[in-house]
Design a protein. Structure first.
Length: 124
């Protein structure tokens, strides 16, 4: 009886155990895979990310210098980040916000395609 009363009083006067999401968001863990982001200035349109994507959600158009992803098909596996030789795709730790319309993310690169950095991973 005393133990139950103790629990009741504790629950009455202690704060909620949950956070008032989305007003207060928890800081993601260091290895959280939230969403991918394009750094289009670094892209050399090698198409490695498109070939490696298991969800077929990346489309690279070298002629038009566009890179696009369907974020609603992306399974956030990180393969594109892994294979990209120029760090033109990065993994963000924050989850995507909800949206009303499903649209691909399209990035267009202005100017000439950057030269391949010989120090880039996987390029000899
Ligand atoms: S994280 Fe995985 S599923 Fe998403 S675009 Fe990259 S390779 Fe495709
Ligand atoms: S792997 Fe990297 S450099 Fe190559 S097309 Fe994809 S984003 Fe661009």
């Amino acid at each position: 009886m005393f133990e139950m009363l103790n629990t009741i009083l504790k629950n009455l006067f202690s704060g909620p155990v949950t956070r008032p999401y989305p007003a207060q968001r928890r800081e993601p863990f260091a290895s959280t895979r939230g969403q991918i982001k394009s750094v289009i200035e670094n892209c050399i349109f090698c198409m490695r990310c498109q070939a490696a994507c298991p969800a077929n959600c990346i489309v690279v158009d070298r002629k038009e210098q566009t890179w696009s992803v369907d974020p609603y098909r992306c399974i956030v596996c990180g393969m594109c980040v892994e294979v990209c030789p120029t760090e033109a795709i990065i993994m963000n730790r924050h989850y995507r916000d909800p949206v009303k319309h499903r649209e691909p993310i399209v990035k267009h690169q202005e100017g000439p395609i950057p030269k391949i950095n010989p120090k880039a991973k996987g390029i000899n």
